[in-house]
Design a protein around this ligand. Structure first.
Ligand code: TYC
Length: 110
């Protein structure tokens, strides 16, 4: 079945050919959350600095995210396209292991 999408207008501003098929994922890639998981051993300051270094957050936002994780057990530290989310999560784990902290994080579909 052919489907007319917003893309038809962008690709053919002079008039939409109703014949073109555009998969919806071509314009709206799925998003994935990088979720930090609480533990009893990783120092709060380490988590704040990690969020600043790897995610580019300022100290206030990094502290807010860390406290959310600490108090609720988990918290979202960013939402990205799949490959970026996977890369960021791997960087979190690599960074934590380098300093021998048990910090955990998972990627989940939004
Ligand atoms: N709960 C940890 C502590 O009391 C702090 C912490 C916060 C650990 C966030 C992990 O993802 C985390 N030191």
């Amino acid at each position: 079945m052919n489907k007319t999408t917003d893309n038809d207008y962008l690709r053919h501003p002079g008039g939409s050919p109703a014949t073109e098929t555009v998969p919806p994922e071509a314009k709206r890639p799925s998003l994935y959350r990088v979720v930090l998981i609480n533990d009893d051993y990783t120092p709060m300051e380490f988590v704040v600095q990690m969020l600043q270094k790897l995610f580019g957050y300022g100290r206030e936002k990094a502290t807010r995210i860390m406290l959310e994780v600490h108090m609720k057990g988990r918290g979202v530290c960013g939402v990205f396209a799949f490959e970026i989310a996977e890369t960021r999560a791997a960087q979190v784990l690599e960074y934590a292991r380098r300093y021998e902290h048990p910090l955990a994080c998972v990627v989940e579909k939004v």
